[in-house]
Design a binder for this molecule. Structure first.
Ligand SMILES: Nc1ncnc2c1ncn2[C@@H]1O[C@H](COP(=O)(O)OP(=O)(O)OP(=O)(O)O)[C@@H](O)[C@H]1O
Ligand SMILES: [Mg+2]
Length: 220
């Protein structure tokens, strides 16, 4: 992945949220992003999956390339097959429409018309990998935060994205839940997926990821 002179300002604001970022990320690497509140970490995450500028509009300049794909020139629905985004609060990202963990994880695949057999096999595979197969028939909302976050991650992983972006996925979790999520993400590093994770817990991030990027508050 390549980020070239990326600049972005939200509509009706005067300050840049992203102020000329330049970096490259090797395919399959695990990158940590650290920075103070308001530095633009979540904005950057939303650039990766096209919500910025696709949904938020605003003034956008520069380029983000995933392979040959320029994200700002791709539709959000195409991008969501390439880039999966996991948010802070596991509760908010569950569909709320599904009564079992299995159905919840299958939801995205169903929407994209993946055939039933393929769907079942992918869901089983990601449940095994993330160690949540025991909860397959449970209601996702009855799980702990760490378990829920792994269900959310499984739903994204089942889509076989090239890149997974996690925006403070452990900030709402207790130490045990955080540990579960870090261990789950660590397993993915072996699968060739590029992982970008925003975290406040620098020590934990440093223990797991290949490289840390510091995101600073824009001065303009
Ligand atoms: N929807 C929005 N409209 C206008 N300005 C916004 C919007 N979302 C974020 N911003 C502004 O953009 C800047 C970057 O915000 P962002 O949420 O990306 O920071 P962050 O690094 O994720 O912060 P935090 O650590 O608090 O999560 C901030 O100045 C923020 O006020
Ligand atoms: Mg944020």
């Amino acid at each position: 992945m390549k980020v070239e002179n990326l600049k972005y300002r939200y509509p009706n604001t005067t300050k840049l949220a992203l102020d000329g970022l330049d970096f490259e990320i090797d395919k399959g690497s695990f990158i940590g992003i650290i920075g103070e509140n308001g530095a633009g970490k979540s904005t950057l995450c939303q650039v990766f999956n096209g919500l910025v500028p696709g949904f938020f509009k605003g003034a956008y300049g520069g380029k983000v390339l995933i392979g040959d794909t320029e994200v700002a020139k791709t539709t959000v629905s195409k991008l969501c097959q390439k880039v999966g985004l996991v948010f802070q609060n596991p509760f908010n990202q569950l569909t709320g429409a599904k009564e079992t963990v299995f159905e919840e994880i299958a939801f995205g695949l169903q929407n994209f018309g993946v055939l039933k057999e393929e769907m079942i096999s992918r869901v089983n595979e990601v449940m095994e990998l993330l160690d949540i197969a025991d909860y397959r028939d449970r209601n996702p909302f009855d799980l702990s935060g760490g378990q829920m976050q792994r269900v959310a991650l499984a739903g994204i992983l089942a889509m076989k994205p090239e890149v997974i972006v996690l925006d403070e996925p452990t900030s709402q979790l207790d130490p045990a839940g955080s540990e579960e999520v870090f261990a789950a993400v660590d397993k993915l590093t072996k699968s060739g997926i590029t992982i970008i994770m925003v975290e406040q817990k620098l020590e934990k991030l440093a223990e797991y990821c290949d490289r840390i990027l510091w995101q600073r508050v824009s001065s303009v």
